[in-house]
Design a protein around this ligand. Structure first.
Ligand code: AMP
Length: 293
């Protein structure tokens, strides 16, 4: 597997791939790779003739008090995993390659970026949209793969692609979980054993709400109470938000009738974890809701 460090080299490799009519798939990551990332790579491999993964801990998406400095960096084992997964090249630039001195241009997706994760993490989505647009420009992929674990992030990227007429198809992949339900995340490495045990509360809360939906509950406040109460029963968990939103706008929903998300953000000590449940009306009977954890 090729490891590409510079933008000029990456652009040259993408130019060659396009000249050969390759279908290029891009999987953007911040490294510290786990099965969640690898599931995106497997999906890309099944749909593309060339698969590229980027490894870049993007400084502009971290707030000044966030974990940029201590974010897990496991480059050697990431390279092993990408090689074993059959990735053609890894794009792993230095921060100064992406943001040289006097860098001045940022992408803001208004509206949706201001809510929920955007409110909790000011500037986060501006950093995400900027780096993803730059990666799209550098790699010019046909398809780009993102996890539903970061539901608001992928919605913002879809909006950016639509608004800026980007020639890339955004593919959203399901959430990969541990056997006890915890969604895989590079940040799970921060949890001590007690916090790790308590972290299953996110999945438990969403699963309880999922049961309630299956029994006919449609009222957002009722579902929100289920989420809140389940998190509140776990002393190591501190709820940041539990919201029921429209999947298109990320505006709060009153009753679930359209495609929606139940979203959770929870602190375990200093570690902040997010998770969600996707709810879609059944195509055959829109009163039936299909839920995916
Ligand atoms: P990150 O390295 O955290 O920026 O994540 C890179 C990509 O992997 C993003 O599109 C994430 O949504 C996705 N991802 C992270 N965790 C998971 C997971 N547990 N299941 C599926 N996709 C994930």
């Amino acid at each position: 597997m090729e490891i590409i460090r510079t933008i000029s080299w990456m652009k040259e490799a993408s130019r060659e791939a396009r000249a050969e009519n390759q279908i290029v798939g891009l999987v953007p990551t911040m490294g510290a790779l786990h099965e969640g990332h690898l599931s995106l790579i497997r999906r890309a491999k099944s749909e593309c003739s060339k698969v590229l993964a980027s490894i870049f801990v993007n400084p502009t998406q971290f707030g000044p008090k966030e974990d940029f400095a201590k974010y897990p960096r496991t480059f050697e084992s990431d390279v092993e995993k990408l090689t074993a997964a059959g990735v053609d090249a890894a794009f792993a630039p230095e921060a100064a390659e992406i943001y040289p001195a006097n860098y001045q241009t940022y992408v803001n997706v208004d509206g949706i970026s201001e809510r929920l994760e955007g409110r909790a993490r000011p500037g986060h989505f501006r950093g995400v949209a900027t780096v993803v647009l730059k990666l799209f420009q550098i790699v010019r992929p046909t398809f780009a793969y993102f996890g539903r674990k970061d539901a608001q992030q992928v919605r913002i990227i879809q909006q950016m692609a639509r608004d800026l007429n980007l020639d890339v198809e955004i593919v959203v992949c399901p959430i990969v979980r541990e056997s006890d339900g915890l969604a895989l995340s590079s940040r799970n490495a921060y949890l001590n054993p007690q916090e790790r045990a308590a972290a299953t509360a996110l999945h438990r809360a969403l699963a309880k709400a999922q049961d309630a939906i299956a029994r006919g509950t449609r009222d957002a406040l009722e579902l929100q109470s289920i989420l809140r109460e389940t998190i509140a029963r776990e002393p190591l968990c501190a709820l940041d938000y539990a919201e029921i939103v429209d999947a298109e706008t990320f505006e709060p929903a009153v009753r679930i009738a359209r495609t929606s998300y139940l979203l959770l953000a929870v602190f375990l000590g200093k570690t902040r974890l997010i998770d969600n449940l996707l709810i879609t009306p059944s195509p055959s009977n829109p009163d039936d809701l299909i839920t995916s954890l």
